[in-house]
Design a protein around this ligand. Structure first.
Ligand SMILES: [Zn+2]
Length: 205
């Protein structure tokens, strides 16, 4: 698997997931095009980051879709840790753009979100520094479970201040061409179910 990390949180999550498993580690600050090129050589892609990296995540989503690779992220944003969902090309269970669109639709403070994204995009060092071990342990466990592919589309949002966990499901956008393919015999679907799931089970065993 390929694990792309950002911040001490991401490094800790990657260390926990990679323990005893074969994993390629990559940092968010390394050239994005080279990171995308690595996607084709790995069966599973994980992103573990201490703050949102929206453009990078979009690029990973594109590369994974192009190569039929499943991927998932553990991302801290403010006081919320989001783990999953597993974006599985051809599953019809939603892509990263669907997730962003749903999040934007839920948030009334659209201006604040936009301002935050611009600030994050402009300053690679901006974000909440530091993390706790249990926080990384929760993220690693949730990410490993998500990546096992048993509940594609489902994900968790953990409030880091209260410890409350929201389990929810990504509903794909009706107008997302990728998630609502017009053709019923879309090949990557069967490829994911027949090939990827057993492989993921083996990788994460
Ligand atoms: Zn989509």
């Amino acid at each position: 698997m390929l694990i792309i990390t950002g911040g001490s949180f991401g490094a800790d999550v990657a260390r926990r997931i990679a323990r005893g498993r074969e994993a390629t580690l990559r940092h968010v600050d390394e050239p994005a095009e080279e990171t995308y090129a690595l996607v084709a050589r790995h069966e599973l892609v994980l992103l573990a980051v201490w703050r949102p990296y929206i453009e990078l995540a979009r690029g990973i989503d594109e590369a994974c879709f192009a190569h039929g690779r499943p991927w998932a992220a553990a991302e801290v944003s403010g006081t919320t840790l989001t783990c999953g969902p597993l974006f599985a090309p051809g599953s019809g269970k939603g892509c990263y753009n669907c997730l962003l669109a749903r999040a934007d639709a839920r948030q009334r403070s659209g201006d604040r979100t936009r301002a935050l994204r611009q600030a994050y995009a402009a300053d690679p060092a901006l974000g909440p520094g530091g993390h706790s071990g249990p926080m990384a342990a929760i993220a690693a466990a949730a990410l490993a479970e998500t990546a096992a592919g048993e509940a594609t589309g489902r994900f968790r949002k953990i409030d880091l201040l209260t410890g409350s966990v929201l389990e929810t499901e990504l509903i794909p956008r009706h107008d997302c061409a990728r998630c609502r393919p017009p053709s019923a015999d879309y090949v990557p679907t069967s490829r994911f179910i027949d090939t990827m799931v057993p492989q993921l089970e083996r990788i994460l065993a």
